[in-house]
Write a new protein. Sequence first.
Lengths: 356, 312
Amino acid sequence: MERERVLSIRDLEISFDTVHGKAAAIRGMRFDLYRGETVAIVGESGSGKSVTMKAVMGIISNNQHIDHGSIRYSWWDEKGQKRTVDIAKMSERDVRSKICGRHISMVFQDSMTSLNPTVTIGNQIIEGMLEHYKLSREEAKGRAIKLLEDVGIKNPEKRFKQYPHQLSGGMCQRVGIAIALACDPDVLICDEPTTALDVTIQLKILNLIKKLQKEKQISVVYITHDLGVVAKVADYVCVMYAGRIIEKGSVEEIFYDPRHPYTWGLLSSMPDLTTDSPRLFAIPGEPVNLLHEIKGDAFAPRNPYALKIDFEQAPPMFHVGGKHRAASWLCHPNAEKVQMPESLRIKIDRMLKGVS
Amino acid sequence: MEEREVILEVKHLKQYFKINRKFTVKGVDDISFKIYRGETYGLVGESGSGKTTTGRSIIRLYDATDGEVIFNGRKISGPIDKATRDYLCMNMQMIFQNPMSCLNPRKKVMDIIGEGLDAHHSYKNKEEREEKIYTILEKVGLAREHATRFPHQFSGGQRQRIGIARALVMLPKLVIADECISALDVSIQAQVVNLMRDLQDELGITYLFIAHDLSMVKYISDRLGIMHLGHIVETGTTDEIFANPVHPYTQSLLSAILEPNPKAAAAKIPVFYDPRELGIDYTKGTIHVLSETHQVLATDEEFDKWRNFIKN
């Protein structure tokens, strides 16, 4: 079956006005999402993963500007015709009334605080349906109760009338998912959906999202820095650093054959259950300050493998086989062959052996 | 095995919070454990299991309802005299979870770190005070010139280093690290963990490490205590717990770890645990000893059942 592109971001540049000057948060981003697939965006805080996805939702703060680029979203309308809009060019009001919730919706990090404490759960779920589908309250209520059942909440009629403070953290997150799915969106963006939850509940929520995704054929974008979550849910992974995607590929390509030194660092610094070396590998230095203009590769100052050219010219995306792309001069055909650190090689070999 | 020196002994610690006349929350309900000198003891559990409360009761941020805490041979719970209090303040320190909210934004780093020194007059003159602060700053990987800055001028990882420096400037014997890496980025977590380990080797510090990230806890701890609903349900060396978990709650916790390995993660089947469904009442359980170091909280029948289950 041919993959159907739902979302495509091209050359996106976003900046913030701050008291210290202009901070370039997103510096030329290219990203594609296909129907029914799951993409995880990984990166440390400040790498721009949330900013990008919030821009897709039309959540733009006052000091934020989209300087360049397009966010194209395609869908089939009621008449069966394919339509495409550029969200970056739409007014905030239009995005709110036509796209948000109806076509693209979001599950937020901390559902305890993202739910409105003064409105019952039921009313928060049906709010979108009344707005987008002009349903009657009765119909909407029926659908909301069905949704609450879908997300695994027992006794939905009773919960419908309750307030967020009467539910536990895991339950609130389920309600957050129900709200996001209320209008049958095509794209679900999950911004760190489980960081505020306990490990035991985390798995339940991830499995739930996966199940609903399969049933409703929606595309899911995960924003996270937890590589364990990525390994569990993602089909494709994009690694972001300083406002750019520096490596992308299928989950196996990224975890078993990483090419970018930053990805090496990320994978090595996470201890798994077999790690017994006395020291963890740590990426040296601090994340870049986006207020300063970045010359060359943003990761170069922290990169022990940096070449001279890294400090002068930003690397383009190199094709390294399959769907795998990496933005590192090390992947240039003329570059000296540099292998990943020995400790990571051993770790990956052990991961591959452990399962087969 | 050689006899190791116990640095902290907690006996039947209870910490209740009275909500109203009829209702009392039992945050920590009768727990006992020992920490040996120079080791790292990890306390793990879900939120609300009482692990932070335990840490705070030990260092007397809360007044313990009942029980005894013995630190280096001195009783530090209940009413204590000034000498014991001074001893406690100088030898037990805490690193907090959120590095931004635990640093006073109006004070310079120099004064944040120096506060403990000031309170205990542990210097002869101004130069000695500065020297002590500079040494500790360099030890945690910061520079001298950072001493004159304010907390907001630092990044998250650097702030956590300041928190560690503040705890270590008194050269404590025991440090309670309460989720001290959960708020940091993955790449920075490794830096802080390495730093804590180096300082442990250099200064012989003992850590009580409170966390919920099991893979990090496994990496850093020598022994573990698994907490649930205010009880320690299982304790043992890290290897014992991971190789041979007996209590169903421990098993469910271990089954929920997400490893950064796509193939293993796909095959993962989580075990769910609800004490009410299994009919487990922690208050009825007693400590059962599996080996010298490995202990489980259970009733006699439960213990037999779980042990047989594992044998099969």
